[in-house]
Design a protein around this ligand. Structure first.
Ligand SMILES: NC(=O)c1ccc[n+]([C@@H]2O[C@H](COP(=O)([O-])OP(=O)(O)OC[C@H]3O[C@@H](n4cnc5c(N)ncnc54)[C@H](OP(=O)(O)O)[C@@H]3O)[C@@H](O)[C@H]2O)c1
Length: 239
């Protein structure tokens, strides 16, 4: 797909990887609708990125909020070429110390949020396929925690393994409708994720810039070429 002049929605565009994807997509000529809860952070992004970045307040855990946000985008743009399901967070600890609220928040954001945004965009993408022969592209941001379990991150593991299963099913279900589904599995990235999780960042993380550039590469591939999964890791995780 040609990124220039494409219409992209990114959930969790107020910070970190989502913001960096927005930055790179805007400079490649896309129009990016950036969804997140913090309006002031979205406004900062709009000031930095200019008129190609359109802030849209949205809480992906809230069904009505997701429905409203996607209706706003479709009204404004008439189509959606790419959805990047990126909004997510972690909360870690031994299973017997993990609160039920923390479990619910991670499930609602990282997994249910991906489902809500996907079901909001698929009808428009199916129509686009009928009219233009190409539906669009959904990119889900999982994590290496969606491939490997580890002590004290069980709930986060469960959400990201869930994103993996959902993505694999969506890839097979939607390819016939001309809709690509790609699931990406990054290792540690230097973002605010670790501050939000209240844990130390790993010693030698990847940059959001590197991860975002791979996502753009995948989005920019030819229409009959589907990259369904990508794993990214720092070369020397311990530095
Ligand atoms: N950093 C890493 O090491 C790493 C590694 C692998 C995968 N990932 C995944 O990469 C994705 C992006 O994380 P990041 O590292 O960029 O973290 P980040 O800097 O903390 O950014 C997280 C983004 O998610 C948004 N978000 C959180 N809850 C939301 C909600 N209910 N509704 C809408 N937006 C919400 C935040 O916006 P608001 O707070 O403004 O709503 C923010 O824009 C996540 O899915 C994460 O699991 C991260």
């Amino acid at each position: 797909m040609n990124i220039a002049d494409s219409i992209v929605i990114i959930t969790g565009a107020s910070a970190g990887l989502g913001l960096e994807c927005a930055r790179q997509l805007c400079s490649a000529g896309a129009t990016v609708y950036g969804l997140a809860r913090r309006k002031e952070r979205l406004q900062d992004a709009a000031e930095e990125l200019g008129s190609r970045f359109k802030p849209v307040a949205c809480d992906v855990t809230n069904e009505q909020s997701v429905r409203d946000a996607f209706a706003t985008v479709l009204n404004d743009s008439g189509r959606i070429d790419v959805l990047i399901n990126n909004a997510g967070l972690g909360s870690f600890g031994p299973v017997d110390e993990l609160s039920i609220d923390a479990w619910n928040t991670m499930m609602d954001t990282n997994l249910r949020g991906v489902f809500l945004a996907t079901r909001a965009v698929v009808p428009a993408m199916k129509k686009q396929n009928e009219t233009s022969g190409f539906g669009g592209h959904i990119v889900n941001i999982a994590s290496v925690a969606g491939l490997l379990g580890n002590p004290s991150i069980s709930a986060y593991n469960a959400t990201k393994f869930g994103v993996r299963g959902f993505s694999d099913a969506m890839m097979k279900e939607l390819r016939g409708d001309g809709i690509k589904v790609t699931c990406v599995y990054p290792g540690s990235i230097e973002t605010e994720f670790f501050e939000v999780a209240g844990v130390d960042i790993s010693p030698n993380p990847m940059t959001a810039k590197d991860v975002a550039s791979t996502i753009l590469h995948v989005i920019g591939t030819g229409d009959n070429y589907l990259v369904s999964e990508v794993v990214m890791r720092p070369l020397r995780p311990r530095g």
